[in-house]
Design a protein around this ligand. Structure first.
Ligand SMILES: Cc1ncc(COP(=O)(O)O)c(C=O)c1O
Length: 446
């Protein structure tokens, strides 16, 4: 299959160097299992689950069939003052999977919307309890929570923020990043044990500066994904939970990447044994097939929001927020089929089993190669970090990414990291191909 007459004049590509892309386009026209077919008829392994989405692999019939059935039954229905049967069922399934009393699902369409939704819930919740002064958010350096103004403000990736200046939310602070390149450059499927406590800074500097009584929420990715798969030190999330509890601050886990199996459990919250007050999800919830995101809120938050309106007439809306496509029936049908498929094929367990295979392969093949300054594997994802070219941050990893692509492997470049996060169905031989191709590319680009 060759598409020689592809016109590329009109699509402005997201998070992509557009000018370079047009000279060397990477265009997919089909996908099945672990592989894409490109416009020029080549096979490429999807080493990143198409950005952490396609846990069950591509072209899964039960999901496709569920979507087709839904289209022929209820294509769409409004989400406001009405709902649909699939949305209720999908919410029930997600709540059943989520830990503890995380039982109330607010649907949206993306991880960015989930971030902003969770931040709005935090403000509304505190106000409902008579603590409207709690309006400071704390994110983390190099965190990623999408591209809305809320998510961008609590996010900490400099390139995403630098041109927006005063348009970013004003009352936001950031935890320090969770990486120790001196003592823990290499993380091999275990939690790094730090001798220093990175959260002392929160307790001793950030909270006293703002006064904890003014802080609405802390939002973190349990494992920092978009920055390049950085693993928190042992005990970090538990301690963060304790600090938040001590000061009445809500804790939001952005599980857009870690949710639905990446660490071998439904959520990172399960893996780390820490329950947040809100849990944001998107991506793998539909196997990436149709956009859907959401925030699972605790009963406590929901009850407070409802209780605050105890004296209001029953026709009064309790939370002025939602999207036209919140709980879209087709996306929810895809969700139901995806979650069933994950369970039937025990794909989270499979992710857990394949995690050491990927980690071992990465450490064995890449340690000691030119310019390699770190390797981090945890769950079914792993990153290799390269020394940046002087004055050209990101260029070395970008060149490695291109080299891999031309040899049939899709890897994610993030700064000067190269990240693999394959579908949970990945086979050992495919991991060897992916990692071997990456090793060769690193040598060639050196
Ligand atoms: C942790 C996290 N939050 C939010 C987002 C944004 O999701 P979306 O691109 O669906 O808006 C991402 C995307 O990669 C993410 O990794």
């Amino acid at each position: 299959m060759a598409y020689n007459d592809l016109r590329m004049d009109n699509q402005w590509l997201p998070f992509t160097p557009n000018r370079a892309f047009h000279k060397d386009p990477r265009v997919f026209v089909a996908a099945d299992g672990m592989h894409f077919t490109t416009h020029d008829g080549r096979q490429v392994i999807d080493g990143i689950s198409s950005l952490w989405c396609v846990g069950a692999g591509h072209n899964r019939k039960p999901i496709n069939e569920a979507i087709k059935r839904q289209l022929d039954t209820l294509d769409y229905s409004t989400a406001f003052n009405a709902s649909n049967d699939k949305a209720f069922r999908a919410a029930e399934m997600i709540a059943a999977m989520a830990p503890g009393d995380l039982n109330k699902v607010l649907f949206c369409n993306s991880g960015s919307e989930a971030a902003d939704t969770s931040m709005k819930v935090a403000l509304a919740y505190h106000r409902a309890r008579g603590e409207g002064h709690r309006n400071i958010f704390i994110g983390r350096e190099r965190g990623y929570h999408g591209v809305g103004f809320g998510g961008m403000s609590v996010g900490g990736i400099p390139a995403n923020r630098k041109v927006y200046g005063a348009a970013l939310l004003p009352r936001v602070d950031h935890l320090r990043f969770i990486h120790d390149p001196v003592n823990h450059a290499y993380v091999h499927n275990t939690e790094p044990v730090w001798t220093e406590d990175p959260l002392l800074e929160l307790e001793n500097r950030i909270l006293p500066l703002h006064d904890p009584s003014n802080v609405a929420a802390v939002i973190v990715e349990p494992v920092a994904g978009s920055a390049g798969w950085y693993v928190p030190p042992q005990g970090y999330l538990k301690r963060l939970r304790e600090i938040c509890d001590r000061h009445g601050i809500l804790l939001i886990f952005d599980e857009v990447i870690t949710g639905f199996g990446r660490l071998g459990t439904a959520f990172a919250a399960d893996h780390y044994g820490v329950q947040p007050d809100m849990l944001n999800f998107a991506k793998a919830v539909t196997n990436g097939v149709i956009p859907l995101g959401g925030v699972v809120c605790s009963d406590r938050i929901y009850d407070a929001m409802m209780g605050a309106h105890g004296s209001a007439p029953e026709h009064a809306i309790e939370f002025f927020h939602g999207y036209t496509y919140s709980g879209h029936p087709v996306a929810c049908a895809a969700t139901i089929a995806t979650l069933d498929l994950f369970r039937e094929e025990q794909l989270f367990e499979r992710a857990g089993q394949m995690a050491p295979v990927l980690g071992d392969a990465m450490h064995a093949a890449l340690k000691g190669l030119p310019n390699v300054i770190g390797i981090r594997s945890y769950g079914l994802a792993a990153a290799v970090e390269l020394a940046s070219l002087p004055g050209l941050p990101g260029k070395r990893a970008y060149d490695v990414f291109l080299d891999c692509f031309h040899r049939g492997v899709l890897v994610r470049n993030a700064g000067d990291n190269l990240v693999f996060a394959p579908p949970f169905i990945v086979e050992r031989g495919q991991i060897e191909t992916m990692v071997g191709t990456l090793a060769d590319a690193i040598k060639r680009v050196a």
